[in-house]
Design a protein around this ligand. Structure first.
Ligand SMILES: Cc1ncc(COP(=O)(O)O)c(C=O)c1O
Length: 373
């Protein structure tokens, strides 16, 4: 099926070549508006994480709704966003290696309000040298380890030392600090997640105070994911880096995001699959398996087109089983959609989004930064 045959007002969802990523535009727009409203109401700025969608179109929608820009996980993602016209990009992982530092400096020369995190004196020295040679200051944030030892300096002392080093360089500009508590995002119980996040807030507040005592007020204090956004907005953060809220997934659907039991965001992203074998009792086989979903999380959740009460089970690289309730049958060729287990790494398996409103396939958007390292 070519792009032309599936596009336009008369195109139907059922004509997709599956497995295919399906994006519900109404739900996406509502999610973007809801997070933008939350940011306005809570007085904390928003720089959503584009690692979730890797899409220039969606980044632009977020900026149009009020975001300062977007976060990127990789230099390659940042290049795609900047070259797609998105300003205010923050790279949330350290950029290390001679080749990447050279690309970063080149990107800084053509970007508007680019920032990057750093967590090591050697990297800061390298960035200072490279940006001095390029002649345009590079804007840095000190990355702080929330205790998971993935990236970030280990303590307040080390953060203050790195901040001093950045300030001492004429080719670098200190913009603030980042702390991303990835380990707290999916703690399902709101009270427990709140208590753990507030512990982080106290450490962060101490650091901010320490930097202020040294005359370095961090203008930006950034962090937070979809799981802690409501808690972090009441803490020392000046901006939020939420990503998954645009799509939601099975993992996040299980998390009480605001402590009120209300689903703040709705599922917008699905994988469409076709029933390719219907000979067994009690289940049918669909053409979406291990290559169609990220497999680090729970199982895909059957949604549109799937009989109520059906369940998905992986059957191999290309196949899954849709286990049907007793007495229920599903015809060969039927199309079913499943909510993705973990949205970010699922998106990364596809080249394009099939963008739908109701039954109409409105557009096809590329996953622009797929594979951009
Ligand atoms: C540094 C950083 N910030 C923000 C996010 C967005 O978090 P979420 O998708 O939970 O909203 C992530 C996601 O892994 C991240 O790594």
């Amino acid at each position: 099926v070519t792009r032309e045959t599936i596009l336009g007002p008369n195109a139907e969802l059922g004509r997709l070549s599956t497995p295919a990523l399906v994006l519900d535009l109404d739900a996406l727009e509502r999610n973007i508006a809801r997070m933008a409203d939350f940011s306005r109401e809570s007085g904390v700025a928003l720089r959503p994480h584009a690692k979730t969608h890797k899409s220039v179109r969606i980044a632009r929608m977020q900026v149009e709704a009020g975001a300062l820009g977007v976060c990127c996980a990789t230099l390659g993602e940042a290049e795609v966003m900047v070259d797609g016209g998105v300003g205010g990009v923050l790279i949330t992982s350290p950029v290390v290696s001679v080749a990447k530092v050279a690309r970063l400096v080149e990107l800084n020369a053509r970007a508007e309000r680019l920032m990057v995190v750093a967590d090591h004196a050697d990297n800061v020295a390298e960035l200072a040298r490279a940006s001095a040679a390029a002649g345009r200051p590079l804007r840095l944030l000190v990355d702080i380890d929330p205790g998971i030892h993935r990236t970030g300096v280990r303590d307040t002392e080390a953060a203050a030392a790195l901040a001093r080093q950045i300030e001492a360089s004429h080719s670098l500009e200190l913009c603030g600090v980042q702390v991303y508590a990835g380990h707290l995002q999916h703690v399902e119980d709101f009270a427990r997640r709140s208590a753990l996040a507030q512990e982080q807030h106290r450490t962060l507040a101490d650091l901010v105070e320490r930097l202020m005592a040294e005359g370095r007020r961090p203008a930006i204090v950034t962090g937070a994911g979809t799981g802690t956004h409501a808690i972090d907005a009441a803490g020392p953060f000046t901006e939020l880096q939420t990503g998954s809220y645009v799509f939601m997934d099975v993992e996040y659907n299980a998390v009480d995001l605001r402590g009120d039991g209300v689903r703040a965001f709705e599922p917008a992203l699905f994988v469409a699959a076709t029933v390719v074998s219907a000979n067994a009792d009690g289940f049918v086989t669909v053409d979406a398996g291990l290559k169609a979903f990220a497999t680090d999380g729970p199982k895909p959740e059957p949604a549109r087109g799937a009989p109520a009460g059906s369940q998905y089970a992986f059957m191999g690289d290309e196949h899954g089983a849709l286990i049907l309730p007793p007495g229920v049958r599903l015809e060969l060729g039927s199309v079913v959609e499943c909510l993705t287990p973990h949205c970010d790494p699922t998106v990364n398996l596809y080249d394009r989004y099939h963008v739908v409103r109701g039954e109409t396939l409105e557009d096809v958007w590329p996953v622009d930064a797929r594979g951009a390292a």
